[in-house]
Design a protein around this ligand. Sequence first.
Ligand code: HEC
Length: 455
Amino acid sequence: MQFPVFQFSYLGSGMTIGLDAVLHVIISHGMAIGAISFIVISEYLGLRKASQDWEAFARDFLKFTIIITTGIGAITGAGIWLITSALSPGGIGSMLRVFFWPWFIEWIVFTCEVICILFYYFTWSTWVGERKGKHISLGMVYVFLALCSALLITGILGFMLTSDGWPWAKSFWPAFLNPSYLPQLLLRIGISFSLGSLFSVAFLIFTRREGMFRIEALKLFGKAALISFSATAVFAWWYFSIVPSTFKTHAVFAVLTSRFSQQPEIFWYVNCAGAIVLFTFSLVSMKGSSTLAKILIIPALLVSMGFVGEFERIREFIRGPYLMPGYMYANQVLLNETPFFNKEGLLKNDPWFTMSSDNHGTAAQGAGLFARNCSVCHTIGGINDIAKKVDGRTVDGLFVILAHTHEMIPFMPPFSGTEDERRALAGFLYGLSKGTVKEHAPSRFAPAHGGGTHE
Ligand code: HEC
């Protein structure tokens, strides 16, 4: 089944999905798991120490957290579905066929999470006295459910990089419990508590809690941060040691892009500097220095979010040229479809292209071929602009390199299409680089004049 290609002009597909997904990860990991775990712990400390400060901190922090998680967290989560359905329908559709059950169960678990957290919130002032213990247990049930979500989704995310024997065996369990499953799950839990401890300190500092309590809480969250950062570092190392080296070699390039990839030391300098900020922050917090913690909290938050973005970027990037390794390329062409398209033609077999009445001429063909083959990673005039990438090459040169995209750059899929189509795309790309073709492809893929009915 073919779907129309939707091109998001300036940001491109990857960046559009990525921005939404990273925001979702920061909230779902850092708040829904991390911060709420610390809230439940704080509530417990309030009970055990008979401390109004801990109790009030937990209650106020929950109010803030619940608004962000049920608002932005849930919306960015649904956003991942909407965006991937538009930009990568073949990919998400195939994934859904393999992982229907985990996703279906996750949907139920997620609903339970929302009910549970709202219940936890609204019973805060009524489940008091003898019922306080029960209220804390309710918080623990929520944390357990949130961890179940991580447990369910990580199988799918791990599969996208280490699909293991799935392309041949097509069996569910090895695909779900793939080699990177466990290290990635632990890494994500480490990330959750790292971000959670940082959010807790930020809330503590910026809501001006009373002096003694502030130092006591700061010391505790500082210790939690140190443990979480260390665990995250260990699990990240374990995770990347599992990732096949063919993919791993592109990790530095994923972050630096061709702009800086000749100076890989930048990657290490920046990451080490980031790690130093985080560890310094956790140490000064552990010592109870609220002035230093206040100075470092914003940089620490930015660094930690940067690390999350970096991790997700690397994980998604290095699986190129594949969307599902061994089965589907990033541009949603199946590995075993390519020989067919090379022989019979890509556009001729694309109902979305053929049904559009104005898809005549080589420029239209070129735009169509670009859309199908390249637009998932390259834009026209935006990020990773194809016109800039092909600038300075001749038509014949382009015709030749199009047969070698996958050899030229290992994370680009091979071109799908006949020799004539390759020539059409070469002409189109050459025109783009010279500014003689300004054609924007999206309209080419909309059925002409609404719904495909020709007037
Ligand atoms: C899976 C993603 C992906 C797909 C699909 C893809 N590319 Fe690329 N391509 C990249 C990345 C990433 C780069 C390097 C970007 C940078 O410079 O940092 C690149 C670089 C290039 C370059 C510059 C290479 C050089 O060394 O000069 C050309 C030319 C190019 N792509 C053409 C294409 C064409 C044509 C298609 C479609 C037939 C295509 N790409 C499909 C990801 C992709």
